[in-house]
Write a protein that binds this ligand. Structure first.
Ligand code: HEM
Length: 334
């Protein structure tokens, strides 16, 4: 199967279920139900480019240009269709026959968000939370499949937890998965070695300017300057992660201790951004990843179909990954 496609079916189903209370159903039907992925594959490059280059961002502020490029909600497929679904599902929560549920929309309503805010917030979760988590799933699986010692160590930890009754069925609980040190180290290492959001994610220096320390020297940053980060470089720093920082080695997270480990964790967490703009879905992503890796390796074995062409991947600030063909075997032999 094409793991690249299945990973995103999974993350889209999870996030639409959380955001709207109803999953798209992509995984069950094995289909890009609303042609959402077709559209995002084409659009993600345009979106990231316009968010990164100030001139393009300025052009986007003209209504007629935005209308040419971005969906209105009247389209039958892609994000336009998604906007229409969001409008419909949010609409059900208001009026005389309003539905009340304990999901993300329900929580937003209880916290006082208006109808149009609800539509944009739930759309944001889907855009921010499906492609990112899917890339971590794909990349970590690729590194596992190509590092047999890590693959077997993880599967051994999973099998032991199952044998000792520490893994609920049919799906492990997050509280149980969180107690598995090698699994957690694999997730940290997967996110470190292949960060999903590699764009500059610039932030603007406040008007009065700011002082920062660069390589031990105090530097003044003038107000209004755009500051971006190279997260790829940060997550491969040898002074933080060791001389073998370019290698996929989950053990590094279990060998380090004390201040060194805290520093590694803080640096690794930068894959999710920092401060007031940091990722709001980090805990959800961690839960999804913990459960997914556990269940994938509890039930199946994976191998790369063609090791000379493991996938097609392109970086545009986010990753566009396709054609990740893998051979899957049922471990129970069914
Ligand atoms: C491995 C998975 C993920 C990674 C690596 C990731 C990473 C990021 C990064 C780097 C940012 C931007 C921070 C900045 O601007 O400095 C971000 C923002 C955001 N993420 Fe995630 N994300 C992941 C999964 C998710 C999930 C599952 C959700 C939703 C449930 C989500 C929701 C959001 C939201 C709402 C924002 C915007 C926050 C704001 O600007 O206020 N993310 N994420």
């Amino acid at each position: 199967m094409d793991l690249a496609r299945k990973a995103q079916f999974f993350t889209l189903d999870v996030i639409t279920k959380i955001a709207f209370g109803e999953a798209f159903g992509d995984l069950e039907r094995d289909e890009d139900m609303y042609k959402y992925l077709e559209f995002t594959d084409e659009m993600v490059e345009v979106i990231i480019l316009s968010a990164t280059v100030p001139l393009l961002d300025w052009l986007r502020s003209f209504d007629w240009i935005a209308k040419l490029v971005f969906p209105s909600g009247k389209e039958a497929t892609g994000p336009g269709r998604l906007i229409a679904i969001a409008q419909e599902l949010v609409g059900k929560r208001f009026g005389p026959k309003a539905v009340s549920r304990r999901d993300m929309l329900g929580s937003f309503i209880r916290h006082g968000l208006e109808e149009d805010e609800l539509i944009s917030e739930s759309l944001l979760q889907i855009l921010a939370g499906s492609d990112t988590t899917a890339t971590t799933l794909r990349a970590t699986m690729l590194f596992l499949m190509s590092h047999p010692s890590a693959y077997h160590k993880l599967q051994e930890e999973i099998d032991t937890a199952v044998r000792e009754g520490r893994a609920s069925r049919p799906i492990i609980k997050y509280s149980e998965a969180h107690e598995l040190p090698y699994l957690q180290a694999v997730i940290r290492e997967g996110i470190r070695i292949w960060p999903t959001a590699t764009g500059l994610l610039t932030k603007v220096v406040p008007p009065e300017g700011d002082m920062v320390t660069v390589d031990g020297k105090r530097v003044f940053l003038p107000g209004g300057t755009n500051i971006g980060t190279c997260v790829w470089g940060v997550l491969r720093r040898k002074d933080v992660f060791g001389e073998d920082a370019d290698a996929f080695r989950p053990e590094r997270w279990l060998e380090a201790s004390g201040d060194k480990l805290v520093y590694m964790h803080k640096t690794g967490d930068l894959a999710f951004g920092w401060g007031k703009y940091q990722c709001l879905g980090k805990n959800i992503a961690w839960m999804e990843l913990s459960k997914a890796f556990f269940e994938l390796l509890r039930n199946f074995d994976f191998a790369i179909m063609d090791p000379t062409k493991p996938w097609k991947s392109k970086n545009v600030g986010l990753w566009i990954i396709s054609e990740q063909w893998v051979q899957v075997t049922d471990r129970l032999g069914a």
